[in-house]
Design a protein around this ligand. Structure first.
Ligand SMILES: Cc1cc2nc3c(=O)[nH]c(=O)nc-3n(C[C@H](O)[C@H](O)[C@H](O)COP(=O)(O)OP(=O)(O)OC[C@H]3O[C@@H](n4cnc5c(N)ncnc54)[C@H](O)[C@@H]3O)c2cc1C
Length: 457
C-alpha cells in the first residue's frame, strides 16, 4: 500500500546554510518542511570549521548570480546579523586597517607584472568571523530552533530518494519516511548531494551544465611561520597568476592552529582542514587551489575531478591520501615513511597533524597529479614564499587530493528558479556558492523568489 503524501507549501532538500536561511525566511509565512539525511542541522557548514567570509568577492560568484556588489553586501549583512543572533563568536577579524595596509604594501613590494598585464600575487583583505568546528553546530542548532518556533518543520535522518512531478505541477519528494508534496521545492543538497540531485533534476527536465572545478593541495606549516599574517587576516586570501602557464590559483580555507582532515566520498578520499575554537595545534594549514575549466573535447569537470581524485588515491596505495615534504618535492624525490622526520633534512621542524599512517601515504604528488596542476601549485607556493618565506621550509607538508566539487550549473531566474516552475536551487550543490555565507545568501535569494511566486513578495 502506498502512503499518501503530506502537503507543504515548500519542501527544502538539505539543512545546510542554504536550506536553513531559506527556511528562516519562509517559515513565518508558509508551511515549510526541511529534510536532511544527517542527524543534526547545519549540513557541511555545521559540521565544519565555520569561517564566515563577509565579502561579496569570496564564496559568491556575482556573475553567475547576476548580483550587484551592493545587493550582495546587503544580503551578507543580513546573514552576519542572523549568525550573531544565533550565537556566532562576535570577534571580527580583518578590521585592523593599519596592519592590513602593512600587508598590502609587503605584497606590493614583491609582486611583479605578468606577461598578460595582471599581477603574479594579489592580497584581497576580507572581514571574517570564526565559529570553530566545536561551536558551529551549536549555531546551526539555534537556527533550527528558530525555524521550529516560526512553525517550520525539520525532518532529520531522512533520506530523499526520488523527486517527481505531481498532478497540477506540484512536486513530490519520496523519502525514507514516505512521500511529501510541495507547491515549491528548494534543492540545496550541498556538494555531497550535487550529483545525485543533478540526475534527479535532469529526469524532471531541468537543464544543467558544467562549471569550473578547483583542484589543489593542502599545505601544512608551523603556525609560527604563518601567525604574523593570520593574526591580521584570519584566512588570508591570496590570488596568484602562475609564471609558466599564467593560470589562476588561490589560497583557501586557512586554519590557524588547525588540523588536516580526511573527507570521505563515495569511492575516493580527499583532504581538507579545520580548526577548533578551544584547542589549537602548533600548525596552520591552508589549501592552494587551481581553478580548472574545460572546453573541448570534454566539458565534464565532474568526471575529470573524480578521475584525478581516484588516481591520486590509487597512487597512494588505494583510497589513500598522499603527503610529501616540500623539501622532497623540490628535490624531485618521493617522501617515504623512513626519513619523514629526518633532522638532517630539516623535516623534524614540523610534526604533521595528519601524519603518515593508514590512509595517508608518503609519496610523490608529481606522479599522482596532472603535470600542469603540480607546476601551478609549486609556483604558487614559491610566490607565497616571497611574502612569507617560512612557507617554503623543507618540512612543509603537501597533501593531495584536495578537490572542490561545485561544478554543476543550473540556468535559473534571478531568484534561482529553474526552468521547471516551482523548482528552485541554492548553495554549493547548485554551483551558486562556495562557502557558508554564500550558501546562506543563496537561501535568502531563493526564499524571496518563492515568496514572490506565492504572491507574498
Ligand atoms: C571540512 C570542511 C570545512 C569547511 N570549512 C568552511 C569554512 O570554514 N567556511 C566556509 O565558508 N565554508 C566552509 N566549508 C564549506 C561549507 O561547509 C559549504 O560551502 C556550505 O556548507 C554549503 O552549504 P549548502 O547549504 O549549499 O550545503 P551543505 O552544507 O553541504 O548542506 C547540504 C545538505 O543536504 C543534505 N542532503 C543532500 N542530499 C540529500 C538527500 N538525498 N537526502 C537527504 N539529505 C540530503 C546533506 O546531508 C547536507 O546536510 C567547509 C567544508 C568542509 C567539508
Amino acid at each position: 500500500m502506498t502512503r499518501s503524501a503530506q502537503h507543504f507549501d515548500v519542501v527544502i532538500i538539505g539543512a545546510g546554510p542554504a536550506g536553513l536561511f531559506a527556511a528562516l525566511t519562509l517559515a513565518p509565512r508558509l508551511r515549510v518542511l526541511v529534510i536532511d539525511r544527517k542527524d543534526r542541522p547545519g549540513g557541511a557548514g555545521g559540521a565544519t570549521d565555520g569561517k564566515l567570509n563577509l565579502s561579496p568577492h569570496i564564496g559568491l560568484d556575482l556573475d553567475e548570480l547576476r548580483l550587484s556588489e551592493e545587493a550582495a553586501e546587503g544580503y551578507i549583512a543580513t546573514v552576519d546579523r542572523v549568525f550573531l543572533e544565533h550565537g556566532a563568536d562576535p570577534t571580527l577579524h580583518g578590521t585592523d586597517a593599519g596592519r592590513i595596509q602593512g600587508w598590502l604594501e609587503r605584497v606590493s613590494w614583491v609582486r611583479r607584472r605578468t606577461p598578460k598585464g595582471g599581477w603574479d600575487i594579489t592580497l584581497v583583505p576580507v572581514r571574517q568571523r570564526h565559529m570553530g568546528s566545536d561551536f558551529a553546530h551549536q549555531v546551526s542548532a539555534a537556527l533550527a530552533g528558530t525555524i521550529r518556533r516560526r512553525g517550520g518543520m525539520l525532518l532529520l535522518e531522512t533520506e530523499i530518494l526520488d523527486l517527481r512531478l505531481g498532478e497540477g505541477g506540484d512536486l513530490l519528494v519520496d523519502t525514507s519516511r514516505g512521500p511529501f508534496h510541495g507547491r515549491f521545492l528548494l534543492a540545496a543538497p550541498g556538494r555531497e548531494g550535487a550529483y545525485w540531485f543533478r540526475e534527479k533534476a535532469r529526469a524532471l527536465g531541468v537543464e544543467t551544465g558544467h562549471g569550473a572545478i578547483d583542484i589543489g593541495c593542502r599545505v601544512e606549516v608551523a603556525s609560527a611561520v604563518y601567525d604574523e599574517i593570520t593574526a591580521v587576516l584570519y584566512d588570508p586570501k591570496l590570488i596568484f597568476t602562475t609564471p609558466t602557464y599564467q593560470d589562476r590559483t588561490r589560497t583557501f580555507c586557512t586554519n590557524p592552529g588547525g588540523r588536516v582532515r580526511v573527507e570521505q566520498h563515495q569511492g575516493f578520499r580527499l583532504v581538507n582542514g579545520d580548526a577548533l575554537k578551544a584547542n589549537k595545534t602548533a600548525n596552520t594549514n591552508f589549501a592552494l587551489l587551481n581553478t580548472v575549466t574545460m572546453t573541448e573535447p570534454l566539458q565534464d569537470t565532474t568526471a575529470m575531478g573524480q578521475q584525478v581524485a581516484r588516481f591520486a588515491n590509487f597512487w597512494g596505495g588505494g583510497e589513500s591520501l598522499i603527503c610529501q615534504r616540500w623539501g622532497d618535492l623540490m628535490a624531485g624525490r618521493r617522501s617515504k615513511r623512513q626519513g619523514f622526520y629526518s633532522a638532517s633534512l630539516g623535516f623534524d621542524k614540523l610534526t604533521p597533524t595528519l601524519p603518515p599512517g593508514p590512509g595517508v601515504t608518503p609519496g610523490d604528488i608529481s606522479f599522482a597529479y596532472p603535470g600542469r596542476i603540480v607546476r601551478n601549485l609549486q609556483e604558487s607556493l614559491e610566490l607565497l614564499a616571497r611574502v612569507i618565506p617560512g612557507v617554503a621550509h623543507p618540512s612543509t607538508v603537501i597533501y593531495v587530493p584536495e578537490i572542490k566539487f561545485y561544478d554543476v550549473r543550473y540556468p535559473t531566474s534571478l531568484d534561482l528558479e529553474t526552468g521547471v516552475p516551482g523548482l528552485f536551487v541554492a548553495g554549493d550543490g547548485a554551483g551558486k556558492s562556495r562557502g557558508i555565507v554564500g550558501a546562506a545568501v543563496n537561501g535568502l535569494m531563493a526564499a524571496e523568489g518563492i515568496l514572490a511566486r506565492a504572491g507574498l513578495g
